[in-house]
Ligand binder design. Structure first.
Ligand SMILES: [Zn+2]
Length: 291
């Protein structure tokens, strides 16, 4: 069977595996992203993961490599990432493997996987909420990158003037209230799932932090909805695993903020946390076809 090696680098976890042409994932593996150890260690960890994935096994090797990373990404460089603190990292710094390699943006690649393998739709915001928040903007059936590749940075929409500081250098950003990383650190716990659990038990701090996260998301989505009129908002990433604890109050708040128009449907991604890896697979297949 033909396959490509795919690696989706998140702020907390790297997901790797082999992706067949139909999007099927084989030999799924995850490793921690050593973000706290600085940009060089993250790059070294990516490099080692790719080396392991592309090593010949039983006489077979992947045909190409697809690598999806966060931040501002061009086909040749990881230009900027607030999460990792890197600037202008060339593809060659990630791997010197003798295979075609394609570098892409994690969220946009995940959005492409949603278009190719998920529920689709011509005007959709695909919004993975993980360590950070960014969106893949689908307009008239195509992913929209913007003039400089910065489109979809919904996580840095200001939702509270002079609010909490954000990793991007700004204040009051959506991500400072609603990202999985922000929600967890505001409650002093390891992950957003624990915040949801505590909020469900009535823990006062967790209830307040979760409520502020939902409110911030509703404000960001109201802005997006009024500007671009999406047919649906599809939420992915780790925080989407909160399910109804997120979706039910978020639908209600968004509807409450939209005075004269209905709210778009909000649903959890069918591909879930694997959309990014499937998207990295699409990058790999594209590297092979030279497109
Ligand atoms: Zn920000």
């Amino acid at each position: 069977m033909d396959y490509v090696a795919a690696l989706d680098v998140g702020g907390t976890t790297m997901k790797g595996g082999f992706v067949a042409r139909d999007g099927t994932i084989h030999d799924f593996q995850r490793r921690p992203t050593p973000r706290a150890q600085g940009p060089d260690q993250v790059i070294a960890a990516i490099s080692a993961f790719i080396a392991d994935l592309t090593r010949p096994r039983d006489g077979a090797r992947p045909l190409a490599v697809g690598l999806a990373v966060p931040g501002l990404v061009t086909p040749t460089h990881a230009v900027f990432s607030a999460a990792f603190g890197w600037r202008d990292v060339p593809v060659a710094a990630f791997t010197d493997v003798d295979l075609p390699v394609a570098l892409g943006h994690d969220v946009r690649s995940a959005g492409e996987a949603e278009l190719a393998h998920g529920e689709g739709g011509t005007d959709v915001l695909y919004l993975p909420i993980g360590t950070g928040i960014a969106g893949a903007v689908v307009l008239s059936g195509a992913l929209y990158g913007g003039a400089g590749g910065w489109a979809g940075q919904i996580g840095h929409i200001p939702v509270r003037p002079d609010g909490l500081p954000c990793g991007c250098g700004g204040r009051g950003c959506l991500a400072a209230y609603a990202s999985g990383g922000a929600v967890a650190s505001r409650c002093g716990v390891d992950g957003a799932a624990e915040v949801v659990r505590r909020a469900g038990e009535g823990d006062a701090l967790a209830v307040r932090v979760w409520d502020e996260a939902v409110e911030a998301l509703a404000l960001g989505l109201a802005t997006y909805t009024l500007l671009l009129d999406p047919g649906a908002v599809v939420i992915g990433g780790g925080v989407a695993q909160a399910g109804d604890a997120l979706l039910v109050p978020l639908r209600e708040r968004l509807a409450g903020l939209l005075a004269f128009r209905p709210a778009p449907p909000i649903r959890a991604s069918r591909l879930g946390a694997l959309a990014g890896l499937m998207g990295a697979g699409l990058l790999g297949w594209r590297a092979l076809s030279g497109a």
